[in-house]
Each structure stands twice: as C-alpha cells, then as structure tokens.
Design a protein around this ligand. Sequence first.
Ligand SMILES: Nc1nc2c(c(=O)[nH]1)N[C@H]1C(S)=C(S)[C@@H](COP(=O)(O)OP(=O)(O)OC[C@H]3O[C@@H](n4cnc5c(=O)[nH]c(N)nc54)[C@H](O)[C@@H]3O)O[C@H]1N2
Ligand SMILES: Nc1nc2c(c(=O)[nH]1)N[C@H]1C(S)=C(S)[C@@H](COP(=O)(O)OP(=O)(O)OC[C@H]3O[C@@H](n4cnc5c(=O)[nH]c(N)nc54)[C@H](O)[C@@H]3O)O[C@H]1N2
Ligand code: SF4
Ligand SMILES: [Mo]
Length: 748
Amino acid sequence: MGSRRDFIKISALGAAGVAMAGGTYSILKNSNVFGQTDQPVNPGKYAKRFPTYCEVCFWKCAGWVYTDDEGKIQKIIGNEEDPHCNGRLCPRGTGGVGMYYDTDRLKTPLIRETENGKQIFREATWDEALDVVAKNMKKIAEKYGPESMALFYHGSPGHYLGHLMKAYGSGNKVAPSYAQCRGPREVGFAATFGGGVGSPEPTDIRDTKCLVLIGSHIGENMHNSQVQEMSDAIDKGATIITVDPRYSTAASKSKYWLPIKPSTDLALLMAWINVIINEQLYDKAYVEQYAFGFEQLKEHVKTMTPEWAYGITTIKPDVIRKTAWEMAKASPSVIVHPGRHVTWYGDDTQRSRAIAILNALLGSWGRRGGFYFKESASLPHYPHPPYPKYKWGWKETLNGKYKFAGLAVANAMIDASLPSPENKHQIHGWMVAGTNLPLTMPEKEKLKKAMDELDFLAVVDTMPMDITGYADVVLPECTYLERYDDIRVSPNREPNYALRMPASEPLYDTKPAWWIAKQLGHKLGLDEYFDYDDYKEVLDWQLQQVGSSLEEMEKIGFMKLDREGGGLYLRPGEPYEFNTNTGKIELYSTEFAAEGFDPMPVFTQHPEPPDGFYRLIYGRAPMHTFGRTANNPNLNDLMDENSVWINPKVARVWDFQHGQYIWLKNQDGIISSFPIKIRITERIRWDSVYMVHGFGHTNKKLTRSYGKGASDSQLITNVMIDPMMGGTGMRGNFVTLLTENQREEAKS
Ligand SMILES: Nc1nc2c(c(=O)[nH]1)N[C@H]1C(S)=C(S)[C@@H](COP(=O)(O)OP(=O)(O)OC[C@H]3O[C@@H](n4cnc5c(=O)[nH]c(N)nc54)[C@H](O)[C@@H]3O)O[C@H]1N2
Ligand SMILES: Nc1nc2c(c(=O)[nH]1)N[C@H]1C(S)=C(S)[C@@H](COP(=O)(O)OP(=O)(O)OC[C@H]3O[C@@H](n4cnc5c(=O)[nH]c(N)nc54)[C@H](O)[C@@H]3O)O[C@H]1N2
Ligand code: SF4
Ligand SMILES: [Mo]
C-alpha cells in the first residue's frame, strides 16, 4: 500500500569535501572519562578560541572551541568557570567536533517532488524551500486556522521557531523531552514541594552523604557535573545505594545494589517510607515545621512493610531496613535522586511523588547535601508586538485528559493529528526541529499514520536522520559550532550567563534556526516580530540591559552573578512558604485529591513477561546521546552498535553464544529491522534484557550508523500512559529472541 508521503532516502548531495580534524581527543583516557583542562593548549597550533556551550546533550556545558590558523576547528575544551562542567567536557562534548566534520550532514535545502511516479528530494535554494514552507503554512491557516500547525522540537531551534509559531497564531509547541522524559517527575515534585526539579537538577551531590539512585544510571547517563560530583562524593565516603535490575556503572560504585524486579519500585519506596515513619527515623523538626499530611501518610503506609514489599520486589526485608537506616543516618544530607527519564510504567507521576515524599521525610529539600535552592539569571525579552490570541492550543488537544500536564504532550499531539470523531482540534501541519521522532516516540506505526495524514511536514535538522525521510521540505541547520544562539541562563547554585558564538562560517548551504525563523516570518508577513538583521543584535541588546555586552561575552564566554534570592539552603527553623495549596510540603496532595487521584501513592501490579519473553529495558552509553551521535565519526569510533544484554541462565536455555547476532520480536509480533549482538552477562536479571537506546538507524544516508544495532523504540508498541500527565510508560514491552532461521520462519 503506497502512502502519500513515502519515506525518501536522501541521496548524497554535493561533494563531501571536508577532511576530519586531526586533533586528539582525551576520551576514556586513564579510566577518566572526562577531557582534561590541564592539557597545555599549544598556542601555535591553535590560533583562536571562541566561546560556546555544548549541544551534544542538554546539560549545555560551556566551553572553548579552538581553531587553527586556517580557521579549521580543532578541538573543544570545557570552560573552567562553568559549574556545568568545571572545565572538563564529557566524551560526547569533546567529540562534538565530529558533528561539524560529519560528511553525511544535510548540505542544502530539499523539496519533495514526484518524478516519473516516484517521490524524490530535489535540491533547492533557501528561497525556494522557504517559499514552499510559507505557502503551506498560509494554506493551513486559511483552511483550518493557524492553530492547526504544531512545532515538535528539542534544544536550541525551539525558541526561534516557537516564536515564529506564536506570531503566526499557534501555541502548539511540543517537546518529547516532557512526556517521554521528565514530565512525571516535574508533576510529582511540584505536588509535593510546590516546584519542579528542572535542569540541571538542583541535587547537592558534592556534599551528600548518601545518594540513592532509582534507575538513574549516572556514569552511563553522562550529565557532566552530576557525574563529577558523584565521583567526588564517593571519594569523600558517601554511601551510594543503587536500585536497578541491571548492575549499572553506578551499581558498581555502590555499597548496596538492589537488583529489583522491574516495574516494582513504587512498592520499595513505600516500604522505605513505612520503615522511616515506624522506626521514627524521619527528620521530626523539619516534618513538623514544613510538612502537611503526616498523620494520613502514617496511616496510609501502615501495611506497606518490608515483608510486603519483598514479595513484590524480590528485595529482602533486612536489605530494605538497612538501606532505610543508611538514608536516615545521612539525613538531611541525603538525596533520593528524582531521576530524569522517568516515563517507565504509567504510574510514574506517583512513583516520582513517592521519591519526593521520601526526600521530605528525610528533610533533604533545601538542605546541604540534599537539594539546594537553585537560581537562574534573568534576561529581558527582545521587544516585539503582542502575539495574536489563538482559539485553542495544546491543552485542548488533550480532550479533557491529563489534568496535570504542565507542558504539551508529544504523544497527544500525534493523536491529535489523526482524524477521529472525538478529535475536535485536529493538527494538520508539523514543523519538526531537533527531534528525531521515529527513534524517539514509541508506537511507530501510529506516528507514521499521523505523518501520512498531515497536509504538510517540514523538518529542520543537521543530519539526514530518520525523520527527514518523511518531510515535504528539509531545512538544513548549521551545527552549534557555526552559529550564535540564545544566552544560556540555566539555573545553578549561582546564576550565570554562557554565550555560544560561531567558531566557523557554516559549512555547505546551512543556516542557523534563528535565520530560518526570521526568513519565514518575512514570507508570512510577520516582519514586526523579527526586528533585527542579525541575532547578534538581539543578544547585544539583552546583554546591554544587564550591564554587559556581546563584545564582553565574546571575550569571557561565561559570567557568574551573585545570588539574589536568598540562601542555598534553609537556615535552622527558617520560616518558609512552599508553593502548594497548604503552603507546606504536601505529604498528602490536596491537588491530586481535588482531581480525584490518589493523594498518596498506591502500588499496583504491572503485567509480567509471558513464557519465553523478557522485559525490554534500555538506557544510555557514556559516549552517545540518544541517536543523535550514532553517526558522529569520533563517537562512532568508540561504539558503533548496541548489544543486547542477556543473563547466562537465559543464554544456556536458548543455547546462544556471546557475540552471536539475533533478532528481537516483541509481544505484538514486531521484529527488529536489524540484528543485534548478544552480550552474555550476570549484570542483568534473568527476566529482562537490556540495550542502549539510539541505534538501529533506518536512513541509508547515515553511512556509519545505518543498520547498526537495533532500535528499542521500534519494539515499544505497548505504552502505559500516565493518566495524570500523559507520559508514555515504555517499559511494559516484552521480547523473545530469534535466530536467523527463526526470523525467516516468522516472516513467512
Ligand atoms: N551518555 C548519555 N547521557 C545522557 C543522555 C544520553 O543520551 N547519553 N541523555 C540524557 C537524558 S535526556 C536523560 S532523560 C537521562 C536519562 O538517564 P536516567 O534518568 O539515568 O535514565 P533511565 O532511563 O531512567 O534509567 C536507565 C536505567 O534504568 C534501569 N531500569 C530499567 N527498568 C527499571 C526498573 O523497573 N526499575 C529500576 N529501578 N531501574 C530500571 C536500566 O537498567 C538503566 O540502568 O540521561 C541523560 N544523560
Ligand atoms: N525508546 C526510547 N525512546 C526514548 C528514550 C529512550 O531512552 N528510549 N529517551 C527519551 C528521552 S529521555 C528523551 S529526552 C527524548 C529525546 O529525543 P529527541 O528529542 O528526539 O532527541 P535526539 O534523539 O537527540 O534527536 C535529536 C535530533 O536533533 C538533530 N539535531 C542535533 N543537533 C541539532 C541542531 O543543532 N539543530 C537541529 N535543528 N537539529 C539538531 C539530530 O540530528 C536528531 O535528528 O527521547 C525519548 N525517547
Ligand atoms: S554533558 Fe557532555 S554532551 Fe552534555 S553538554 Fe556537557 S559536554 Fe556536552
Ligand atoms: Mo531525557
């Protein structure tokens, strides 16, 4: 069956002219995975340096880009003053140069056309390509109203294109980094402490005495300063407790590894709460002064004993008690880490709530070695006319569901793009910038159907990623090393600014997203919203308002400011009003109760794998960010495919050998597009298999990563939706293992 929008494999366009940079990268050197600042920078070799902040992941470490006397980018090192990195980039940040030098990059705008009955991409000028985008946006506005356009984004381009969308009349700006990532955590913590966690997480790891990791695999999850602080805390003797069905890197550094049965963490958390209350281990003064609902909570957890949890989690009662005592001993310098990618089982908001409650009982919120009060620098918005009022927005696309969604829900936006009787507000056009939806969203068939229904789809990306194959128009953005972007103002212990400026002219015919947004604005008659010729003017204006300038920031790259909002921690007995209904830390959530949800978390059992199937779990590799780095020449060198971790017991039953390639088939009969190599290891429970996310790319134009490894996303066809905020729980999928022959049979 042909579809209106066939997947087009982008053909190699333009001569691949640029050679790889020669620089050496201190990756995984001396077992220290971070780049070093103490390497002398040879002034003869490196002629110039330019400030940047990294876009290889969203920790946004500030750094310096060095070029040689021919203006070629040679290396990137961390900015010593920046608390996100303390002068050391992670292997991915160091390897970011590979994004610039990747000869598979998108090189010119492309327009989908039909030639002899076959759909192809034609190389186009920017003017032509932007004309097609603007024409289609106008058509959609006329036919359905501008509200029917949606922007899917991740990272820097979102701001400029989001501004364009709002000026055009749509408030549908949506990032999978909410409902596929940290949304439930933000809701669970806000219901408890009156504020979300945000990024970077305000975890005071450097001063903690006890760090509890529930699935957060810091060390493989390479969020830079967090890994550094954890390493320092270990050196200072902190106790690490890791709860993970897999013996993760963090587990290997832990005093306690709790190899929990996947999907049962909420029972463990409730049992910990039970012990901490019943054995009077909680911070009494803190709870008395700041918390609401203690008596209800005490009553609620009465039967949730370690013995009860043992039957569910397989974690022994004495281990549950001992680890609870460890936390209490360290209190308040203890962190039960909120995690980050928390969309696991559909009850994720409530699991995050349980984590927040546990922290509240231990008195760690607003305390040294627990969670500090973060602060971010402010910058005035560049002036523009008010946005037009839109008649409906992302909230209306939820059709009354997901009351606690604080941001747009990507999966709901996809649902809203499918025609259906209950869909009063259908989306008809997408712009996708910096998110590779086929590898990011579960339920790939639904995604494809939705894309097929669209009147128009434009993609802004740097690489011929899988999503570009579905586009009507592809707009090639230049990489973060070739552009100005907004000043980074992310929160930290001290507020600060970091600048990104180009270290090189854009290679090929690529352009920054701010420029793309401005040109589209012009073609849509929205010039008044883009009152500048160059984004430098915006940055300079903003910096002038706060007593600095672009000129100054180009020299220093990073600026730390004084705190204005009070101390990092609560002073003993300090009166404090939390931003909740009661003004207190809510152990009993009045908000949840008012909307008919459990005011305190309740454990429910999740389905378990049928015979011959194993739970599919996934995570990160230290040298890759999702799928965005799989093709990066430097990082591909370090790891070019993922493997599937299988317990030796399971390997024996199936008679599989280490290194053998197999296919995975899920509960709905979906077979992985590509085979995956077996890693036989005791480090995984026998009831689960594990793989690193971000492999199994399907676009042939990714010459290094096409067909390498398997995609977890493809096998995630069962999602467990969080009824509170719409997050897609993705760990309720089960796979069985197929040899080549069995795959042939299964296919026929
Ligand atoms: N190198 C690198 N670092 C990254 C990223 C990256 O792409 N690459 N991405 C960044 C982003 S956006 C995010 S959101 C974070 C994600 O990083 P985390 O928030 O740390 O990731 P999770 O996916 O929640 O955790 C993965 C771990 O959960 C374990 N797990 C699976 N099922 C269960 C279960 O039922 N219970 C428990 N307790 N554990 C389970 C897995 O074995 C694995 O070790 O990483 C960030 N850091
Ligand atoms: N199965 C499964 N699904 C997941 C996860 C998982 O672990 N497993 N993790 C979830 C999590 S935690 C998150 S945060 C999301 C993240 O998922 P996404 O938001 O989709 O992030 P990436 O996969 O990094 O996709 C980034 C896209 O941006 C492009 N890109 C890179 N740099 C630039 C740039 O400067 N400009 C532009 N315009 N494009 C650029 C890349 O080429 C790529 O196409 O995925 C979620 N989905
Ligand atoms: S943690 Fe690594 S990849 Fe992420 S921003 Fe920092 S250096 Fe870049
Ligand atoms: Mo994420």
